[in-house]
Design a protein around this ligand. Structure first.
Ligand SMILES: [Zn+2]
Length: 469
């Protein structure tokens, strides 16, 4: 690895960054890019054009089928002891209710996890669970609460501001019961109502359409000069929810990947291994594009020596290694050279080895296949940063502009460094090794709830989709 070349790559990125302008195209000009929409197609085309304009090799799209979802009707009403309409958002992949809606009394929970549901089993049966967005994910609450006999899940936002967050209720299948979200303010109202006037009764009416459609990963690469088969991947998802333009989640990650590609290609003669850039479709409803990639490129996974995922923008805080501790020494070398502007109380950029249980973004399908994968972690740099994820307020003015370029520079540094290592830094893990790692990190139950194991089963259930759903 030539540090002089690395300096030139960083100079190119820091002085001519197109990251923010690209972000404005995605978030302002195109807006929502929910899977199955015209916005998604416009974003796909913009990404293809941009990678071609930057001069990447073999720029193309890779189609895959998925369960596209859209809400036609989203209604929630208090029907006792008073009558009142509340604003709600149908959860992605929620089933529809009968036309007249589903009615039930409410039980308030703090987590809606296994132990809280066991403690409240009597009260949950036949009722709507009302529980916060954080800390326990909707994709875990939904199957669990359904097992305990709830009639529906009403999830409320964890921050004030009157917004109802979008999110899928399960991964790549139809949910176990109707699920919708409300604002924190409306949840507080419901709690006060119960405290003052007794048991609250709700009626939820959802018309939720799920149909088989095609989406696309956008792929381009810089072919390595060494002629070998080993390759590295930098990726991030370009889809959003229907409600908003997904500026921080995840136009920010996409433009960092594009900018890393722009910076690296000028110095392509210094990349012995191939570096591939993959902008994933349909992350939000189940990391579907990333699973599709691992299916399409099964025979290349042995030679994929690193995948770096960019999801959610902000101030770069570190590289998270998802159980692949062997990567640490070489990434620590890179981390020491990283340039991140400080902020009040900002921690230095760090490399941490976590467990393999980060199931919430596109690195996971790679991890599940034993491919060494890492996430570029970010933290809030601005007070407004990231409190608006999955709402219509995740807009461009919330984006920490400097962070886009810093993330791009870090991607480029890591890719350049690892592409030049004499030997791959970490071996691919076998399925048995992954299972042992999942057991060690107490992750087996979560995988079962998410129905995300083993990989062969996941790809079959994701992609063998009947024409009529
Ligand atoms: Zn995201």
């Amino acid at each position: 690895m030539d540090e002089r070349v690395e300096g030139q790559i960083l100079e190119e990125i820091f002085s001519h960054s197109e990251a923010y302008e690209n972000l404005l195209v995605l978030a302002d000009d195109i807006g929502s890019r929910v899977a199955g929409s015209a916005g998604e197609v416009a974003a796909r085309d913009f990404l293809v054009e941009t990678l071609e304009r930057y001069g990447l090799d073999d720029v193309h799209t890779e189609a895959f089928p998925h369960r596209a979802w859209r809400p036609e009707r989203e209604q929630l009403a208090v029907v006792g002891p008073v009558e009142r309409e509340l604003a709600c958002r149908c959860a992605g992949l929620s089933p529809s209710t009968p036309e007249a809606g589903v009615e039930g009394e409410v039980v308030f929970l703090e987590r809606c996890d296994q132990s809280e549901l066991e403690e409240n089993a009597e009260r949950v049966r036949g009722r709507f669970v009302v529980a916060p967005y954080y800390p326990y994910a909707r994709q875990l609450k939904t199957p669990l609460a359904a097992r305990f006999g709830a009639v529906g899940l009403i999830e409320h936002r964890s921050y004030s501001g009157g917004l109802q967050p979008a999110r899928t209720c399960v991964f790549a299948r139809t949910g176990d019961m109707p699920v919708a979200s409300i604002s924190l303010e409306d949840a507080e109202y419901l709690r006060r109502l119960e405290a003052r006037k007794g048991s609250v009764r709700l009626r939820l009416t959802l018309d939720s359409r799920i149909e088989r459609k095609d989406s696309w990963n956008v792929v381009g690469q810089i072919e390595g000069t060494g002629g070998g088969d080993e390759l590295l991947i930098a990726g991030g998802h370009y889809d959003t929810w229907h409600v908003g333009p997904g500026a921080i989640d995840n136009a920010a990650g996409v433009v960092a990947v594009l900018e890393a590609a722009r910076g690296l290609i000028r110095y392509r003669q210094h990349l012995p291994r191939t570096v591939r850039f993959v902008l994933f479709g349909v992350e939000e409803s189940g990391l579907v594009g990333a699973w599709a990639y691992t299916r399409e490129h099964e025979t290349e996974l042995d030679d994929t020596i690193l995948m770096i995922n960019n999801d959610v923008g902000g101030r770069p805080s570190g590289l998270g290694l998802m159980g692949f501790g062997d990567l640490k020494p070489s990434l620590v070398e890179v981390a020491q050279r990283v340039r991140v502007e400080g902020g009040e109380g900002a921690e230095p950029f760090q490399v941490s080895v976590g467990g393999p249980g980060g199931w919430g973004s596109d690195h996971f399908p790679f991890v599940a296949h034993g491919v060494p994968a890492i996430g570029l972690g970010t933290e809030s740099a601005l007070p407004e940063d990231r409190f608006y994820g999955h709402t219509r307020a995740d807009t461009a003015e919330k984006v920490y502009e400097q962070g886009l370029t810093e993330c791009a520079a870090i991607d480029a540094q890591v890719l350049h460094h690892v592409a030049n290592l004499p030997k791959r830094p970490a071996a691919r893990k076998t399925q048995a090794q992954m299972e042992a790692l999942f057991r060690d990190h107490d992750f087996t139950g979560t995988l079962e709830l998410l129905d995300l194991w083993p990989p062969e089963h996941v790809k079959q259930r994701y992609f063998d989709i009947p024409d009529e759903l």
